[in-house]
Design a protein around this ligand. Structure first.
Ligand SMILES: Cc1ncc(COP(=O)(O)O)c(C=O)c1O
Length: 383
C-alpha cells in the first residue's frame, strides 16, 4: 500500500535507542534537554519544552496563559479534535470559526472578527497541511483585541516563522508527522516566564525533577502548582535528535513532491482544486486536494484503494462530531463543510518517488473519468 504518510526510521534511530537503554536513564535526562535546545535553535528560539504530545502542549499553553472557565477561544473546526479538546480541558469554550475558502482552508480573519465577544481571550491558528496564515494580519487582529495567539503547529515543524506569531507554538511528533518521536510534542514560547510556567506544569508543578536532584546535594523539592505528567522520555528524545537532523531535507523533498503533484494534477485532472494556489510558506505536511462536485468521494477512495493507494480525509469537521454537536448545537460553517465534504488527502512523504506520484495522479484521473461517465449516465436516466 502506498501510504498517505510513513515515518522514516532506521539504523541511527535503533542505535540511539540502544544507547538510552545502555545508559540506564530512561526519562527527562540529558537527551530531553539536548532535544529541547536543538529544536528551539532550529526555530530561532532560545528554548523550548518537550512534552508527551501536541495535545499536552496545547493544554499546557492554555493553562499557562491563565485561560479558564468563562473564557472563549477561537478555533478552526477544520482541524484534529485535539485543538478544540485542549480548550475544554481548561474549562474554556471553543468557538468554531470558518475557513477563508476552499482555496485557503485556514481560519478566516473576517469570520474570527464576527465571532469575537468580550469573553474571547485567544485564537488558536492551525497551520493546516503545513501552510502558514498571514502573520501580520493576525497580529493586528490580536493586538486590537488584546488576544493571545497560539499556533497549533502540529503540521509545520522546521519553519523559522513558526512560534513568532504570538504567545507560543505547539508541535506534534506523532508517527505521521514530518518528524516523529512515536508520540511527542513541544512548546516554543519566546516569553521565558510563559515557558517556565509550561515547564513547571509539565512535571506536576515540582520545583526539581529526578535528574536534577541526582546532580544536587539535596533531595528536597516543592510543589508550587497543580501540574500534570506531560513529560517526554529519553527514548523519544533520542529518536527526536536523530530525526531533527533530517527535518529540513525531508521538508524540502515534501515541497518537491507537492510541486510535482500540482503540475501533474493540473495536466491530467483539471477538475480537481488544489488548495493554496498562491505561494505561501509551508512545511508540506499533507497533500489535500478537493474533488469536483460530480465525483463520488467514496468511489474515488475505493478506486485508489484497489490500486494500492491509501487516501484519508483532513478533516471531518470538529463541530460535526457527535460530542461537539451535542455540546454546541447549531454551529454552521459553510466553507468548512463544503471543503470537508470534497477533500481527499493523497500520499505525501519523503519516500514517495516521482513514479509513485504519477501513478497516484493516473489513478485519480481514471477514477474521475469513471465518475464523470456515471454522473452523465445518471443525468441521462433522470431526463
Ligand atoms: C492539527 C493538529 N493538532 C493537534 C494534534 C495532536 O497531536 P498529538 O497527537 O501529538 O497530541 C494533531 C495530531 O494529529 C494535529 O494534526
Amino acid at each position: 500500500m502506498l501510504l498517505v504518510s510513513a515515518p522514516i526510521l532506521g539504523v541511527p534511530e535503533k542505535a540511539a535507542l540502544s544507547q538510552v537503554i545502555d545508559s540506564g536513564w530512561l526519562t527527562m535526562g540529558d537527551r530531553v534537554r539536548e532535544f529541547e535546545q536543538a529544536f528551539a535553535s532550529m526555530h530561532g528560539a532560545r528554548d523550548c519544552v518537550a512534552v508527551g504530545s501536541c495535545t499536552a502542549a496545547l493544554h499546557l499553553l492554555l493553562h499557562a496563559l491563565g485561560i479558564g472557565p468563562g473564557d472563549e477561544v477561537l478555533v478552526p473546526s477544520l482541524t484534529f479534535v485535539a485543538t478544540a479538546n485542549a480548550v475544554l480541558y481548561v474549562g474554556a469554550t471553543p468557538v468554531f470559526v470558518d475557513i477563508e475558502s476552499v482555496d485557503v482552508p485556514l481560519i478566516s480573519v473576517a469570520e474570527a472578527e464576527a465571532r469575537c465577544t468580550t469573553r474571547t481571550k485567544a485564537v488558536i491558528l492551525v497551520h493546516f497541511a503545513g501552510y502558514l496564515p498571514d502573520r501580520e494580519q493576525w497580529q493586528r487582529f490580536a493586538r486590537l483585541r488584546g488576544l493571545h495567539i497560539i499556533e497549533d503547529a502540529a503540521h509545520a515543524p522546521g519553519l523559522r516563522e513558526v512560534g513568532t506569531f504570538g504567545a507560543a507554538a505547539a508541535f506534534s511528533f506523532y508517527g505521521n508527522k514530518n518528524m516523529t518521536t512515536a508520540e511527542g510534542g513541544a512548546v516554543i514560547a519566546r516569553d521565558p516566564d510563559l515557558l517556565d510556567r509550561v515547564r513547571l506544569a509539565r512535571g506536576h508543578g515540582m520545583t526539581t525533577g529526578t535528574h536534577q536532584r541526582l546532580n544536587s546535594r539535596t533531595p528536597q523539592y516543592d510543589v508550587t502548582m497543580l501540574g500534570f505528567n506531560y513529560r517526554m522520555d529519553e527514548m523519544r528524545a533520542a529518536i527526536g535528535l536523530v530525526q531533527l537532523q533530517n527535518l529540513q531535507e525531508w521538508n524540502e523533498i515534501r515541497r518537491i513532491i507537492a510541486v510535482l503533484y500540482r503540475r501533474l494534477i493540473a495536466d491530467r485532472c483539471p477538475a480537481i482544486v488544489i488548495p493554496f494556489s498562491e505561494p505561501r510558506t509551508s512545511a508540506y505536511h499533507i497533500m489535500p486536494i478537493v474533488l469536483p462536485r460530480y465525483a463520488s468521494r467514496q468511489d474515488v477512495i475505493d478506486e485508489l484503494r484497489t490500486q494500492g493507494i491509501q487516501t484519508t480525509i483532513h478533516y471531518p469537521p470538529v463541530h460535526q462530531m457527535t460530542f461537539y454537536r451535542e455540546r454546541f448545537p447549531g454551529v454552521s460553517l459553510p466553507q468548512t463543510e463544503d471543503f470537508a465534504e470534497r477533500e481527499l488527502t493523497i500520499p505525501l512523504h519523503p519516500q514517495i518517488t516521482s513514479a509513485a506520484a504519477e501513478s497516484v495522479v493516473a489513478a485519480l484521473a481514471a477514477a474521475l473519468k469513471t465518475g464523470a461517465l456515471k454522473a452523465g449516465a445518471q443525468r441521462g436516466t433522470a431526463a
